[in-house]
Ligand binder design. Sequence first.
Ligand code: SF4
Length: 134
Amino acid sequence: MSGTIHYRACHLCEAICGLEITTRGAEIISIKGDKADPLSRGHICPKAVALKDIHEDPDRLRAPVKRVGDSWQEISWPEALETVASRLLESRECHGADSMAIYAGNPSVHNYGMMTHPQYALGYLRTRNRYSAT
Ligand code: SF4
């Protein structure tokens, strides 16, 4: 099978299995376990194979969207981040810091920045409300 091979870690759960992803252009040709991965040694579960379905799902969000009336309008990342930051500030000023809550799950605990710096980034929210399945 020809194509470009990418070695990645599955980010869907704590096992962090090694993946061998073959692509041709923007298309995913196959997703298999990486036999050289020292922990998973080539084993993966069906969820990793289904990453192709998620990647190709026409309903997957590929850019931030904003609700305008009854529909959704695509916006830029700077506008999305500015909107979220200003709305969080507004909420805190109107209702106090505990009007906000933080939920940490797999995507964030597999992110290096979120592993090392959340106390700075999320600490500024000063909310007592923190949730996690772990
Ligand atoms: S392949 Fe399955 S078991 Fe391995 S990290 Fe992904 S979801 Fe978890």
